[in-house]
Design a protein around this ligand. Structure first.
Ligand code: SF4
Length: 224
């Protein structure tokens, strides 16, 4: 990862924050295991195109960097093929492909258009090649989201809690999703302040785009 001490300490803190989310998710899985399919072999959450904030993008780039050369090439080949389709649909995207140039509606449409593609990091045996570096969205994916203010969101993984979520379960699933989003954004902003080549405004980037632009953009930010 970059030599900048402040960047390292922000990323350490961010990792700590993600580990807390992961610990919470695991505790739910232990308590409600019979209602959940999440676990090794289930890759349902790993299909579809989704965008990640800067803090996650840096970790994903570091994860890609950590792979063996042959795995990196396999992942890159898959990402290039997927990304070629993405650029055909959205030629206005320019390297390093941050999404601040296109509207939320357009991002959602692109995600819908590519909702059946496999994540380039998904291995053939169902493992995630960058599990230790996976984005925040991957950590919380699959569980019915119940927000402290807005209550339950409408949809969640069709393999989990198939009979619905009982009231008493809702209280266990409750998280402050606005606060989580704000925290991730705060980490992203702090990182952008330390790394001037990153966009200084709130933005996201698709996972395959990070891989495609790794050599030209991300490698310098995550070099040892
Ligand atoms: S980064 Fe890993 S956990 Fe996240 S979608 Fe890709 S393969 Fe799945």
């Amino acid at each position: 990862m970059a030599e900048n001490g402040s960047v390292l300490s922000i990323l350490d803190e961010y990792q700590h924050f993600l580990m807390e989310l992961d610990t919470w998710f695991r505790s739910i899985r232990v308590k409600y295991g019979s209602s959940m399919q999440c676990g090794k072999g289930c890759t349902y959450c790993c299909c579809g195109l989704f965008d990640v904030p800067i803090a996650d993008a840096l970790r994903v780039a570091a994860g890609f960097q950590s792979l063996s050369p042959s795995t990196r090439e396999t992942v890159a080949r898959c990402a290039r093929s997927l990304h070629a389709g993405l650029i055909r649909e959205s030629p206005e995207l320019e390297e390093p492909f941050f999404l601040d140039r296109i509207s939320e509606t357009r991002i959602d449409r692109l995600a819908d258009r590519f909702d059946d593609v496999r994540c380039p990091f998904l291995a053939t045996d169902g493992d995630c090649h960058v599990y230790e570096f996976r984005p925040s969205a991957c950590i919380l994916e699959g569980i019915p989201m119940v927000d402290v203010q807005d209550g339950p969101f409408d949809d969640w993984c069709e393999f989990n809690f198939t009979g619905g979520v009982a009231r008493e379960v809702e209280s266990d699933l409750r998280l402050d999703y606005s606060e989580i989003e704000a925290t991730i954004q705060r980490f992203s902003q702090n990182l952008a302040e330390q790394l001037p080549s990153l966009p200084q405004k709130e933005t996201t980037v698709f996972i395959p785009s990070i891989i495609v632009a790794f050599e030209s953009f991300w490698r310098d930010l995550v070099r040892e």
